[in-house]
Design a protein around this ligand. Structure first.
Ligand code: AGP
Length: 615
């Protein structure tokens, strides 16, 4: 879950690589380093800490000139976060330098072999083993860097996106990927390599996304040669023109990416249904479903696989797919599903949900499902991501880049895509009436405005955040469609404020969690009018009678709960199946403001990273 950046071309590499690392820092931020080649000297500086720490250290340690550069921001897997284990890593001779995102699982065995051959190691990392293995192949086989990388990689087991430079061959960089993402930016006589396009989008919109098991030799003023690592087959690279713009990956005047992304949800939701939801014609167009309607609509079962927030979106989808399309749905943690030896048949459709499209556990669950003959439909946000290319079909959420580690707009746009899918299947199968279908479309069209409404409670939520920021625990309760929202609210608070929080189905409280309730315990209860309202009100009375502090999310104009709760946050009325798109907003804002008031790094919470590309 590291970020890698590389540059070879005519301009100074340092500013390009440094800014690239700043853009990728959301991927991992416990140490960073940059290596530069100035035509004569290969120099490097690296440090434990953030890219900002690297900048000040590097500029005091080495000269920053040079038109070749490799940079890395780390999320430690092998070897604790410290200066020595941070990347880049030199080979023993100092000729080669490497940056790596991923894990070489058999590195220990390779290391033992190399030690027998006289190699020494400064760090505990798998990456330093790989660069010395490549050096050893060059020495033993007398081959060029590209070939040596290929031979070395075919001796490894694991996941990687790497970039390697050899100062004795200064006009090329060799890159390769298996499991971890790698994009090549193709500019005018210059090339960029990175974990995603954000480091080079301001320089070029032309990108080659390496497929799994591919490598490339990038030659200055010559071009990019792509080959299959396994069998050396030449591949004609597909240069994709990206629709991404710089503004989308900047903060746009907000203090944090997370707050910007929370406020981007009205547009993200309308961008996600634009061109798909044709309200006048009473139609939903989704190519991934249209082209596979028979297979999807006749599925015996939907199995949703995902992790974290995407798993919560899957839970909301379970309610709406069963409700509208009447197809049984199971929602699985991808990390458990992949090892549980699950029963999957070719009559099953597996829906894989992933914002980044790079989550290793979800990818493994997809591969397992495909092996067992299931049809796999992907819901991803990152265009060109591994999962979007591994699945049989899919639909993108059009949330735009999500940089804050805590997922927000991806959650609501995932629910939007899956709601459109359920409506489309329901209409096709006749399990929803045309009038109901049309009513859902009209209501969905009103959602962006209603989200803007919900965002207006920000000031009140800041007041509530200030009141409860010192709580050590918090409970979130919801019923039906809003049970997954309660889980999501709890996850948001946990991951950015580090306050322990749990989400529960409101009725489940009596079976244990109610024991936690006392005057210290804030309880966030989602009590919108649509969906088991009366039952939730009685749950609120149970909490009140045990002096719990109640923060209720209610439908505009609700006076009854206002009598019972300590704080009430209103959201506009809508139909039950769409309430999660509104009730999640105040929960996102609450966790955000509490974390800011506690001085936490909201966009880069401790111990986390944006996409989990290792298991
Ligand atoms: C959510 O805020 C977290 N960043 C995390 O739980 C995330 O949802 C999970 O890692 C899944 O990521 P994905 O959607 O990119 O697969």
């Amino acid at each position: 879950m590291c970020g890698i950046v590389g540059y070879i071309g005519h301009r100074d590499a340092y500013p390009v690589v440094l800014k690239g690392l700043q853009r990728l820092e959301y991927r991992g931020y416990d140490s960073a380093g940059i290596a530069l080649f100035d035509g004569a000297e290969l120099k490097m500086s690296k440090t434990k800490g953030k890219v900002a720490d690297l900048k000040s250290r590097l500029e005091s340690e080495i000269s920053t000139n040079g038109t070749v550069g490799l940079g890395h921001t780390r999320w430690a897997t092998h070897g604790e976060p410290n200066d020595v284990n941070s990347h880049p890593h030199y080979s023993n001779s100092g000729d080669l330098v490497i940056i790596h995102n991923g894990i070489i699982e058999n590195y220990d065995a390779l290391k033992k072999e190399l030690k027998k051959r006289g190699y020494t190691f400064k760090s505990d990392t798998d990456t330093e083993v790989l660069v010395n293995l490549i050096e050893d192949v060059i020495k033993e086989e007398g081959v060029k860097l590209g070939k040596a990388v290929q031979i070395a990689l075919n001796q490894t087991v694991g996941a990687y996106a790497i970039a390697v430079f050899n100062k004795t061959k200064p006009d090329e960089i060799v890159v390769a990927r298996l499991g971890s993402p790698l994009a090549i930016g193709v500019g005018e006589d210059e090339f960029f390599v990175a974990s995603d396009a954000s480091p080079f989008i301001e320089f070029t919109n032309n990108a080659i996304y390496l497929e799994d098991g591919e490598m490339a030799v990038i030659r200055r003023n010559k071009g990019v040669k792509v080959r299959k690592i396994k069998d050396d087959t030449l591949v004609d690279p597909y240069i994709q023109e990206l629709q991404l713009n710089l503004e989308q990956i900047e903060k746009g005047g907000f203090d944090h990416f997370m707050l910007k992304e929370i406020h981007e949800q009205p547009n993200a939701i309308s961008d996600t249904y634009r061109g798909r939801m044709l309200v006048e014609q009473g139609l939903i167009r989704m190519a991934g479903v249209d082209d596979n309607m028979e297979r999807i609509a006749n599925a015996k079962r939907f199995i949703i696989v995902a992790c974290g927030t995407s798993w919560h979106a899957g839970l909301v989808a379970e309610y709406i797919l069963e409700d509208l399309a009447r197809i049984p749905v199971e929602v699985e943690y991808a990390s458990e599903f992949r090892y549980r030896n699950p029963i999957i048949t070719e009559n099953d459709v597996v829906i894989a949900i992933s914002q980044s499209g790079e989550t290793a556990d979800t990818m493994a669950a997809i591969k397992l499902a495909k092996e067992k003959g299931a049809f796999v439909f992907g819901v991803c946000n990152v265009v060109g991501s591994s999962i979007s290319r591994e699945t049989n079909a899919g639909a993108y959420t059009h949330a735009g880049p999500e940089i804050g580690v805590a997922s927000t707009k991806a959650f609501t746009t995932q629910i939007t895509v899956l709601t459109l899918m359920a409506l489309k299947l329901g209409k096709f199968k006749g399990t929803i009436s045309i009038s109901d279908f049309q009513f859902h479309l009209q209501e969905m069209e009103r959602i962006p405005e209603k989200v803007k409404q919900a965002l207006k409670s920000d000031a009140l939520i800041q007041e509530i955040a200030d009141k409860y920021k010192d709580a050590t625990n918090c409970l979130y309760l919801g019923r039906g469609y809003n049970f997954p929202v309660a889980l999501e609210g709890a996850l948001k608070l946990k991951e950015i404020s580090y306050i322990h929080a749990e989400g529960y189905p409101a009725a489940e409280m009596k079976h244990g969690p109610i024991a936690l309730i006392d005057e210290q315990m804030p309880v966030v209860v989602i009590a919108t009018k649509k969906g088991h309202y009366e039952k939730v009100v009685s749950n609120i009375q149970e909490i009140k009678s045990r002096k719990g502090k109640i923060i209720a999310i209610v439908t505009e104009g609700d006076e009854e709960v206002r009598e019972l709760a300590d704080y009430v946050v209103e959201v506009p009325e809508t139909i039950e199946s769409l309430t999660p798109l509104l009730t999640t907003i105040p929960l996102q804002l609450l966790s955000y403001h509490i974390a800011v008031m506690l001085g936490k790094n909201v966009d880069q919470p401790r111990n986390l990273a944006k996409s989990v590309t290792v298991e």
